[in-house]
Write a protein that binds this ligand. Structure first.
Ligand SMILES: Cc1cc2nc3c(=O)[nH]c(=O)nc-3n(C[C@H](O)[C@H](O)[C@H](O)COP(=O)(O)O)c2cc1C
Length: 339
């Protein structure tokens, strides 16, 4: 299950922040259902987020052998039948998902891992949906500005989850949040939202000082009781260490920051082959699900940012209230330096 349940999204939005649905792997009908569930709980605005990268061409079963063999031992270890070649579609149909967004008409729509076509941006904006996209480097921010988005999410290298890179190799754009946000603020006129490593109000105040208009937090909300992340993922974040994450493509086929568990470490040590995104996500799906169900953290994709050790297991509304109070405190502390 996705971390972003209707309960989490509505609790965050009700508390005055902007709750966000990560609908990358969600079918259009479920998107509609979950959006309706939020609207039954609150009239507050919320964000819908999609991955907009291209689907890879079908990978022939014979070309999947290496990637299948690389995970077969883990399937066996969990008592699962051997993994089978994966077939298209590897993910929900993006056009159908975008049609669902137009029907849902959220206050905000954001996209990740690519650039939405300009016509798509304009169509949503004509429906008074604010549109934002993720950038990992200045070139991507400029490209998003040329598309006419309402805001740019500057996602630093610290960030948990998938790198939003789409013009460059994600490993070539591992720019920290502090540097990236400041450079993008200088490079574009479009409002910037900062993401990556922000876990408390001091982090929020820091990115506001850099010129961001808002802060975007992911990892901080994963341990909330309303989040749909499996308990092992929540525990993994709450007990993580400062150097406990790394960027890996072994879960989905695209680089994403996750807690370095046994699966990630061994797959990297062996330089194990993997399929293209999102075929690899399908290939590891049953393994991840079985491990989550068994409470075994070894094979769960525990996406998390570098600042995960700063996380706290608070209900979402309390976390939003704490973030607000801490931000004001941090701003007061800074203002006191002038006296
Ligand atoms: C569990 C998890 C799932 C995520 N899923 C998405 C997603 O579906 N779409 C997206 O744009 N970003 C996703 N992200 C990345 C966040 O949008 C954001 O860039 C990141 O969490 C910010 O860094 P932080 O984790 O240090 O707060 C995810 C992050 C995490 C931790």
């Amino acid at each position: 299950m996705s971390s972003s349940t209707p309960e989490l999204v509505s609790a965050v939005s009700k508390a005055g922040a902007l709750g966000s649905f990560g609908f990358a792997y969600t079918q259009p009908e479920a998107m509609q259902r979950e959006a309706e569930a939020v609207r039954a709980l609150t009239h507050a605005p919320f964000n819908v987020n999609l991955f907009v990268s291209n689907q890879p061409d079908a990978v022939a079963p014979s070309a999947q052998r290496g990637a299948l063999d690389a995970v077969a031992g883990y399937y066996r270890e969990l008592g699962l039948p051997p993994p089978e070649p994966v077939r298209q579609p590897y993910a929900p149909d993006l056009d159908a998902q975008l049609r669902a967004v137009e029907e849902i008409r959220p206050a905000v729509f954001t996209f990740h891992l690519g650039a939405l076509a300009q016509a798509g941006v304009r169509r949503l904006q004509a429906q008074r949906v604010q549109v934002g996209g993720s950038a990992n480097c200045i070139a991507e921010a400029r490209n998003l500005e040329a598309l006419g988005v309402d805001f740019i999410v500057a996602q630093g290298a610290e960030a948990g989850g998938h790198r939003g890179s789409y013009l460059r190799d994600p490993y070539d754009s591992m720019i920290g949040t502090l540097a990236l946000v400041r450079m993008i603020v200088h490079a574009v006129k479009t409002p910037v939202v900062a993401a990556g490593g922000i876990m408390d109000g001091a982090g929020v105040a820091a990115v506001l000082a850099l010129g961001a208009q808002a802060a975007w937090l992911g990892t901080a909300f994963v341990p909330c009781p309303e989040s749909g992340a499996p308990p092992v993922h929540k525990d993994g974040i709450l007990s993580s260490t400062d150097d406990g994450t790394l960027v890996t493509e072994k879960f989905s086929g695209k680089p994403a920051r996750a807690i370095a568990n046994r699966f990630v470490r061994e797959m990297h040590e062996r330089s194990a082959p993997h399929l293209a995104f999102p075929a690899q996500n399908v290939l590891t799906g049953k393994l991840r699900a079985a491990a989550a169900k068994a409470g075994n953290p070894d094979f769960v994709a525990m996406y998390a940012g570098q600042a995960a050790p700063l996380s706290r297991a608070l209900p979402a509304a309390e976390l939003v209230a704490a973030l607000e109070a801490e931000t004001l405190e941090a701003l007061d502390r800074l203002a006191a330096l002038r006296r």
